[in-house]
Design a protein around this ligand. Structure first.
Ligand code: DX5
Ligand code: ZN
Length: 221
């Protein structure tokens, strides 16, 4: 297993003062910035694009920016995010006609590549591409909105993907996204996740450091 990463989803941050929000959550001990990109087409919501990613870099953010693309088509926007300072770019296989090609494109642009599995997407989608990936992201809610409840069947899916990653012998991160809170992060970690996205659980509380600390303590317990 790799060192724990806590990746706050800025979807639940106050967008009117995004730079300060990101500074605050990183100062509170978060590791990555999780950046949710929604297009009102692949998912029923509309959020932020490369311009905002670039603005965070210009603001002085040096932490990894973990771009979660919920857009269709994917390939056109990948170079824009790479230029805007993305560190990792993850996409949904349903949104790309050529999954292997999109992974190669992300890596050719100098970013780490992740594949995102929706709650109903079978793990078999990893069969011929796992070795190409830096990260597998399991959605524990249906994508599109923050603040939804964790879908319990994701725990079994985490265990199955953890087995595959371990069998591959490669250092691929296993990230979980949706409904992650201090109360359930312990069992999510025990099921095999090492990278934890949390939006409402962190930005919904006044003391970000208290939540991040509690999450890390629950993972390590
Ligand atoms: C949902 C997004 C998530 C979302 C998580 O489509 O991918 O990253 O912000 O929000 P919470 O942690 O509130 O479930
Ligand atoms: Zn996300």
């Amino acid at each position: 297993m790799q060192p724990t990463v806590i990746a706050p989803s800025i979807l639940s941050a106050n967008f009117a003062r995004l730079g300060e929000e990101v500074d605050a959550v990183l100062a509170a001990g978060a590791d990555w910035v999780h950046f949710d990109v929604m297009d009102n087409h692949y998912v029923p919501n509309l959020t932020i694009g490369p311009l905002v990613c670039e603005a965070l870099r210009k603001h002085g953010v040096t932490a990894p920016i973990d771009v979660h693309l919920m857009v269709e088509p994917v390939d056109r926007i990948v170079p824009d995010f790479a230029k805007a300072g993305a560190s990792l770019i993850s996409f949904h296989p349903e949104a790309s006609k050529h999954v292997h090609r999109t992974i190669q494109l992300i890596k050719a642009e100098g970013c780490q590549a992740g594949l995102v599995l929706n709650p109903a997407t079978p793990v078999d989608v990893l069969d011929y591409v796992l070795d190409e990936l830096d990260l597998v992201l399991l959605m524990s809610v249906n994508p599109g909105f923050g603040g939804q409840a964790f879908i319990p069947s994701t725990l079994d899916k985490l265990r199955r993907v953890r087995e595959r990653i371990d069998a591959s012998g490669r250092s691929i991160r296993l990230e979980i996204d949706g409904g992650v809170k201090p109360d359930n992060i312990g069992e999510i970690a025990a099921a095999g996740a090492d990278t934890f996205v949390a939006g409402s659980a962190i930005f919904g509380q006044p003391d970000y450091a208290a939540v991040v600390d509690r999450m890390r303590a629950e993972v390590d317990a």
